[in-house]
Design a protein around this ligand. Structure first.
Ligand code: FES
Ligand code: FES
Length: 154
């Protein structure tokens, strides 16, 4: 039995210790907003935040998650995620949408550690793949979200 927190709620998961978090979320907890793309930590479709840091859930075993706090796209948005969601809408970022939950959580993690990211920071911090090629709009939306968070603090 592994105890963890998912989107603010305590969960006890009785599954194999080597089960990847992606499948714990989707198959054990019914949270299907986190997507499978490659299964080898490459594409980022499965990105969630673990204790506020982006992680590829497809290669994160349940055994590493005792006591951890996980945020998925289904979680109640905090200020950072809310700012990103608003910027995503304003910049009409999504196309097919498949990569987008991972993109938003990767962007959230980036803004928590770098409130004023450069283009290079975004490229390094959000290395997720978008088959629809929304990279320019993602970059613009992250800058806009960062700006709105700064204005909210001023
Ligand atoms: S499914 Fe996890 S990185 Fe591609
Ligand atoms: S919006 Fe289609 S893969 Fe990114």
């Amino acid at each position: 039995m592994t105890r963890l927190t998912v989107n603010g709620a305590a969960k006890h998961v009785d599954a194999e210790p080597d089960m990847p978090l992606l499948w714990v979320l989707r198959d054990e907890l019914g949270l299907t907003g986190t997507k499978f793309g490659c299964g080898i930590a490459y594409c980022g479709a499965c990105t969630v935040e673990i204790d506020g840091v982006a992680a590829r859930s497809c290669v994160m075993p349940l055994s590493a998650l005792e006591g951890k706090s996980i945020r998925t796209i289904e979680g109640e948005p905090d200020a950072v995620v809310r700012a990103l969601q608003a910027a995503w809408v304003a910049h009409q970022v999504p196309q097919c949408g498949y990569c987008q939950s991972g993109m938003i959580l990767a962007a959230a993690s980036l803004l928590r550690s770098k409130p004023v990211p450069t283009d290079a920071d975004i490229d390094a911090g959000v290395s997720n793949i978008c088959r629809c090629g929304t990279y320019q709009r993602i970059r613009a939306a992250i800058h806009a979200a960062a700006q709105s968070l700064r204005e909210a603090k001023a």
